[in-house]
Design a protein around this ligand. Structure first.
Ligand SMILES: Nc1ncnc2c1ncn2[C@@H]1O[C@H](COP(=O)(O)OP(=O)(O)OP(=O)(O)O)[C@@H](O)[C@H]1O
Ligand SMILES: [Mg+2]
Length: 456
């Protein structure tokens, strides 16, 4: 909720009763008995929201709107007036007020208005973040892929992107689901039309329906004008529904209908509208489990799962790691302005061996941090965090992925390869010394190096 409220009214009794109500609600209340006094207050301290009377001698509410917005851009101003006509309310909003309250009002009304203003403010903030996020990755939309798993995935993406069919992108957190969703849009005939991303888990449940499908003017308190939903924004383009498992059940029904019928009905509207939108959904959750536990509708799952793109965790496609490292080095070389050219062999070895629970995002963050810590042009292992730089010597059963087959031979080979790499790193690639460390013959080591495809 808001913290600091400024009340501006020339009616002493009303101002005092508002002060009482709102301080009891926990707000820090500042007050002014005229427009001039209000400007004095905001020149001295910041406020989060302004409740302002419309008719006052001297500077009135309409005069104050531009002055307050100029000093504290984005601060919502709620105008109050006893001359409550609808025209006046519209005029207030047209002039930049956030909302309008007709006097006299009940404490409950003022609380509701403040809450709505706050929620809309949050929503605006989230949309701003989404948009910023979008423009960043548009300038940098390369997908790095060398592993069989990723190349197969990209082939599948290419084949399916051109159709309108719904695509479900799954994978652990940080694997690149959003990157994939944007690539689908870019490879589709819709690429010139909007790509609209929405995080279903980040928008309060009571706002999500009108965010997705829009609302009519007057559909609910605070709906001062009609609002185009994200489906409409994405018309002829792609709508990316991130964290789809977070979608509340009533909206799951509405989404299913929207996809099936290709039409939407805004909140408070009686007529449906045709839409042409390609839906891409993503989740890090196991949807079959969500279905089994009654949180996700099976029919919606089948509708979304027409094409499934499963992004493998980074530990299952270690061949991508050296390329991703180069990709991020190049990116941060520009943004950090540091002439770091490469990572040392030992560093790369450690990076390839690490388990990456946070996947590509973790790698990205790690490279950025390591570059900040690097003075020369090579990233040394000393710039790595200790979880990566000193891996545990003993493998533990916890290292075994629950999906991995439990056969001993490949597990032993993977472990041997890891230890051999370590021994080679510690001896600067000297095989004779490494063989000694490993307590095996020189020949046995050469054989294993070849067998496991360990590069020098
Ligand atoms: N194959 C790739 N090539 C280049 N960059 C990648 C690749 N995969 C992921 N990234 C980068 O890694 C970061 C995480 O990717 P993204 O946000 O798409 O992951 P996500 O699966 O949506 O994660 P979350 O589940 O946490 O939302 C991004 O900065 C993205 O640019
Ligand atoms: Mg994501």
């Amino acid at each position: 909720m808001y913290d600091r409220i400024l009340i501006v009214d020339d009616d002493d009794a009303l101002r005092e009763s508002l002060e009482l109500i709102l301080s009891a609600d926990g707000y820090h209340v500042l007050s002014a008995d005229c427009g001039e006094a209000a400007l004095d207050v905001i020149s001295e301290s910041s406020v989060d929201v302004v409740l302002c009377d419309l008719r006052m001698p001297g500077l009135d509410g309409f005069d104050l709107i531009p002055q307050i917005s100029c000093q504290m851009p984005g601060t919502p101003i709620i105008l109050m007036s006893a001359h409550g006509t609808e025209d006046l309310a519209v005029e207030a909003i047209r002039r930049g007020a956030y909302d309008y309250l007709a006097k006299p009002f009940q404490p409950a009304e003022i609380r509701l208005t403040l809450r709505k203003a706050h929620e809309r403010e949050q929503l605006r903030h989230q949309n701003e973040l989404l948009r910023r996020d979008m423009s960043r990755s548009l300038g940098d939309r390369a997908i790095v892929a060398a592993s069989d798993g990723m190349i197969e995935l990209l082939e599948m993406l290419e084949r399916t992107a051109t159709y309108k069919s719904t695509i479900l992108v799954t994978g652990e957190s940080g694997t690149g689901k959003e990157v994939i969703a944007r690539a689908i849009h870019q490879q589709s005939p819709r690429r010139e039309r909007p790509f609209v991303a929405v995080n279903c888990g980040a928008i309060p449940e009571n706002l999500l329906e009108s965010e997705l499908f829009g609302h009519a003017k007057g559909a609910f308190t605070g709906a001062n004008r009609a609002h185009r939903g994200l489906f409409t924004e994405a018309h002829e383009g792609t709508l990316f529904l991130d964290e789809i498992a977070e979608l509340p059940p009533p909206l799951q029904v509405k989404l299913l209908r929207a996809i099936q019928e290709e039409e939407i009905r805004p909140v408070g509207e009686t007529k449906s509208q045709q839409i042409d939108v390609r839906v891409v959904a993503a989740t890090a959750r196991d949807l079959t489990r969500e279905i089994a536990e009654g949180r996700f509708r099976e029919d919606l799952f089948y509708r979304l799962n027409v094409v499934r793109l499963e992004v493998p965790p980074l530990r299952d496609r270690r061949e991508d790691i050296p390329l991703l490292v180069d990709h991020f080095l190049a990116r941060f070389r520009d943004s950090l302005g540091k002439p770091v050219r490469r990572v040392s062999d030992e560093t790369l070895e450690l990076l390839v061996a690490y388990s990456w629970p946070g996947n590509v995002r973790e790698l990205e963050n790690l490279i950025e941090r390591a570059m900040i810590l690097t003075d020369g042009d090579v990233v040394e292992a000393s710039a790595l965090p200790s979880v990566v730089a000193s891996p545990p010597d003993q493998p533990s059963v916890a290292d075994v992925d629950s999906n991995e087959p439990l056969a001993l031979k490949p597990a032993r080979q993977a472990f041997e390869a890891k230890i051999i790499r370590k021994a080679l790193a510690r001896t600067d690639g000297n095989r004779t010394h490494a063989a000694k460390l490993l307590e095996i013959s020189h020949r046995a080591l050469l054989y294993k190096i070849k067998d496991y495809g360990i590069r020098d």
